[in-house]
Write a new protein. Structure first.
Length: 403
């Protein structure tokens, strides 16, 4: 029957159109690159990105977007047309997707790609953080790439066969072997007023079920104020106090209305639930007294902004990380690592070969697949006065809520 045949053709055509849209949208999603942030390949890709962004700037840059509502799949609005135009300029959205005012799967995939390139959770929803990142002007992004190219080139030499990169603005850790990223880990890094340092060092030892000895800066900034508010804070958190002779004293013996507490040693008992080290500490001898460690506060790793520590670096999926660190150290396979943690005992594992670690500050770079990455200049080291995606006040409020 002609009517049935026509209906079948229309159904098949609609299915083919849907399939094509799905495939294109999927192809626009950002795939994780195996190229290390610090590598000659990243330098070359960033140089190519600078050429592209110079062309974008020469053509007038991109439009700002000011949506009157949160944009997501299914929304129909003139704001979606402006969003499509903005995403097309940076290649996140294929130009052939048109100027429709409907937020469809094409736009959702493009937004996710943009969010991933800017260190935001790829939700596909255009929220305040996404709008702020999109509205950084093209010429500012170009200067950011040029500034960071200099930093990347400074690491273009031989960094070693196995090494670790900590990119502070990205709040991310990479393990690298034979010029390929083996694992990536979200991280919690230093607060704005307690910045993680830029340094090159070596990882020498892993401590299982460590004690946490509280630094003097945290005693002044955290413990003393908390004890003034809640005299049971130390006891509740299993933090013990020792005098200069190594004798434990009761917290009530200290005058908390002064800085007397800075003359004592504070040590938190091992344990995954309360100890600020979690179950693992990674030792990195350095002049700043910082290190890497696990944390009982796992929720921070899912946040867009992870500037929460007092300078040390908290590592997501720390067992995977130390398994890689210790893989060339006899007797320390994953099973032995899990057993050491489960024992609850303080156990130290010295690496057979120390692993170089580079704490860096890279806010803009590119990868050979053409993806251009940007991160918030949280410590304002780029000197470009880029508007922060989240205000310092908002970040501090978030930190207080976390603590």
């Amino acid at each position: 029957m002609p009517g049935l045949a026509l209906a079948q053709q229309m159904a098949l055509g609609a299915q083919a159109e849907w399939q094509q849209g799905y495939d294109v949208a999927t192809s626009m999603r950002l795939r994780r690159s195996s190229t290390p942030t610090l590598s000659p390949q990243a330098v070359a890709a960033t140089e190519e990105a600078i050429t592209r962004y110079r062309d974008i700037v020469a053509r007038g840059g991109w439009n700002e977007i000011h949506p009157r509502q949160s944009l997501r799949v299914g929304v129909r609005s003139p704001d979606v047309v402006a969003l499509r135009q903005r995403l097309a300029v940076t290649g996140d959205l294929a130009i052939r997707s048109g100027d429709s005012d409907i937020f469809d799967s094409y736009v959702e995939a493009a937004v996710k790609r943009f969010q991933a390139r800017n260190g935001l959770n790829p939700t596909g929803i255009v929220n305040t953080n996404t709008v702020s990142a999109m509205n950084v002007p093209a010429d500012v992004r170009l200067r950011q790439l040029e500034t960071n190219l200099v930093r990347l080139k400074s690491f273009a030499g031989n960094l070693g066969n196995r090494y670790v990169i900590v990119n502070i603005p990205a709040a991310q850790v990479e393990t690298v072997e034979n010029d390929r990223v083996m694992t990536r880990h979200n991280a919690g890094v230093g607060k704005i007023d307690r910045q993680s340092p830029i340094m090159n060092a070596k990882i020498t030892q892993v401590n299982f079920n460590p004690f946490w000895t509280v630094p003097a800066s945290i005693i002044r900034k955290d413990l003393i104020p908390k004890m003034r508010q809640d005299p049971t804070y130390l006891t509740d958190n299993k933090i013990r106090v020792y005098n200069g002779q190594g004798q434990e004293i009761a917290p009530q013996q200290i005058n908390w209305s002064t800085n007397e507490a800075t003359h004592y040693m504070f040590r938190q008992d091992p344990g995954a639930d309360l100890n600020s080290m979690g179950v693992v500490r990674i030792n990195i001898p350095n002049q700043y007294g910082v290190y890497m460690h696990d944390t009982p506060s796992k929720g921070v790793f899912g946040d867009d902004f992870r500037f929460v520590s007092s300078g040390c670096v908290r590592v997501q999926n720390v067992r995977d990380y130390i398994t890689w660190l210790l893989k060339d150290t006899p007797g320390w396979d994953r099973a032995h690592i899990d057993a050491a943690i489960a024992s609850g005992d303080r156990i130290d594992a010295s690496l057979a070969q120390a692993v170089p670690v580079y704490w860096t500050y890279i806010t803009a770079w590119a990868t050979p697949d053409g993806a251009v990455q940007f991160r918030d200049d949280i410590y304002n080291r780029d000197g470009l006065n880029i508007a922060k995606v989240m205000s310092y006040q908002e970040i501090e409020e978030k930190e207080e809520a976390t603590n």
